[in-house]
Design a protein around this ligand. Sequence first.
Ligand SMILES: O=C(O)c1cc(=O)[nH]c(=O)n1[C@@H]1O[C@H](COP(=O)(O)O)[C@@H](O)[C@H]1O
Length: 273
Amino acid sequence: MRAPFGARLAESVAARGRLCVGIDPHPGLLDAWGLPQDVSGLERFALTCVEALAGEISVLKPQSAFFEAYGSRGVAVLERVIAESQAAGALVLLDVKRGDIGSTMAAYAAAYLGEGSPLAADAVTLSPFLGFGSLAPAIDEAERTGRGVFVLALTSNKEGASVQRAVGDGKLVAQTVVDEASLRNAGADPMGSVGLVIGATVGETGLDLSKLNGPILAPGVGAQGAGAADLDRVFGPMAHVLPTSSRDVLKHGPDVAALRTAALRARDELAAG
Ligand SMILES: O=C(O)c1cc(=O)[nH]c(=O)n1[C@@H]1O[C@H](COP(=O)(O)O)[C@@H](O)[C@H]1O
């Protein structure tokens, strides 16, 4: 039986440092790497990332859409990315941003978090905007299988604020997401397995994160403009913040050594102060 995701993440970050690298095979990056825009190019791109990063970086985050764009053969590449990254010791956070009514959410949970599913990762990204409670089947399944979830709270894009900073029941919608996640994580040691996504670009969060007891994925560093100073400004000395960067690291490929060096440099620059 797998240990809970929160414990596995804490252990991985202690050993490998706090950085998640996104595997986002943008068509423009395939071009820049001199690869064809077909399944063979996708496969070469993604497996080069795994070779360069999976033995060193604590979390890899493949973005599902870039694989789905190539149909079933692209999804087969995603399955290999998940399996080979895990075999090399990295945790895999599958970025699918799912959210649905509870009965179908259970089907997504089986696909991405269920034991024996070829697409099961260590954790997935979820969207709570059908109501946090609609995510219960996925959170329950993650808890059953030692996996985790990262729920969108304050996203890095500027359009997110119109929904996430809206006030309902006297508090920010994003605070409701924080509070629900905190309830699920209460009492877990060293932390729970229900993470949040809060962009490093969001400035003052206006959120009380003191009871979260879970990890925070912080996208927006690098290509979206945020850096180490922004992480400090947004999160202060909070524990369990996991910055994530995709294009700013990936642009250093296709050379395996150069890609690895760029990732390690980003990890060191973004290390907790
Ligand atoms: O959930 C995410 O990963 C995510 C949430 C968010 O608020 N903002 C955000 O950029 N992301 C993802 O993080 C990655 C950022 O990529 P770069 O901008 O190239 O570093 C993309 O895969 C986004 O989909």
